[in-house]
Design a protein around this ligand. Structure first.
Ligand code: 2YJ
Length: 296
């Protein structure tokens, strides 16, 4: 799993309004709208009515390789942009958690070197960033492609984000193929999909052929130069949650307006929306059914 760097996230906060504009031109929805679409919170604008007053805290974690300068501030900035009442406690680690809970935070976000999780302490539930990121990008691909039902989608990379992308795509009734440079990981993922949610996931042929025959691609690798300009046609749409972006500069130029890629924003927005859904599930239904068939 790639550890984000200060360089990766620098500038995110200052560019959130501009990023919303870009997302609207690519998907028809803002960051908030994509989070809502991913988590089944209903029509765009629904969350805008629910977010104010929901206290969220982002706790810096010093374990492992330590605090990434600007990480908590960027996550907090994204939450504020979405309309939540977000803050960073004065302390880090366990003291920070205590401060957040004592201060009434309903959702607490924290990341170490392996996991990035949103905790909902009152409900005893968590939202995992890898799963939320996969759902957010699949929702974005769904919006870009005008729906995924019955469409062929290739997932490149069978790590955590690839795995959850397969789940999210299957729930949206896409016909999914997976590929990984370690063939056994792709085979294992198809077995898991079959037993976990009865999805018939195919293992793609070699990468070159798979990329040349699919127009809808989730690049869930953390490798550069996976998708080249030769793989891009006028119908190609790419959701690329990995860091660095797997599409080359030439490919990205050809894909202008048909690619989603960012280091943090879509994942955090989806985490926040899913956490909000968990909070509301306890305080009463909000009257929507999501694409996964669950009542919100
Ligand atoms: O609190 C801090 O500043 C640090 N402990 C943040 C660490 C951020 N963690 C990562 O970048 C990990 N690779 C986990 C990210 C999960 C993305 N799915």
């Amino acid at each position: 799993m790639t550890r984000l760097t200060t360089d990766d996230i620098e500038g995110i906060r200052a560019q959130l309004v501009e990023y919303d504009r870009e997302l609207v031109s690519v998907t028809g929805r803002t960051l908030l709208g994509i989070g809502e679409w991913a988590s089944g919170l209903g029509d765009e604008g629904h969350l805008q009515r629910l977010a104010p007053g929901k206290k969220m805290a982002v706790v810096p974690i010093r374990s492992g390789l330590g605090v990434i300068s600007g990480f908590s501030e960027t996550v907090c900035g994204i939450l504020l942009h979405l309309g939540f009442d977000a803050m960073i406690p004065g302390r880090s680690d366990v003291s920070g958690f205590a401060e957040a809970v004592d201060g009434g935070a309903q959702v607490i976000l924290a990341a170490d070197d392996d996991r990035f999780v949103a905790f909902c302490p009152r409900q005893g539930k968590t939202v995992d960033n890898s799963r939320a990121t996969a759902r957010g990008y699949v929702a974005g691909l769904d919006l870009m492609a005008g729906g995924l039902d019955g469409k062929e989608v290739l997932v490149v990379g069978c790590g955590p984000v690839g795995r959850w992308a397969v789940e999210a795509l299957s729930m949206r009734k896409a016909r999914v193929s997976v590929i990984d440079r370690v063939a056994e990981k792709a085979e294992e993922l198809t077995r898991w999909a079959r037993s976990a949610f009865q999805a018939d996931v195919q293992v793609g042929p070699d990468l070159e052929q798979a990329l040349s025959t699919h127009h809808l691609i989730v690049d869930a690798t953390n490798a550069a130069e996976v998708i080249h300009a030769r793989h891009v046609t006028a119908d190609t749409h790419v959701a690329a949650p990995g860091m660095p972006c797997g599409a080359t500069l030439d490919a990205r130029e050809k894909l202008a307006g048909r690619i989603l890629h960012d280091p943090l924003q879509i994942g955090v927005a989806t985490m926040a929306c899913e956490a909000l859904r968990i909070i509301h599930a306890q305080s009463g239904p909000v009257g929507q059914t999501d694409c996964y068939g669950a009542s919100t």
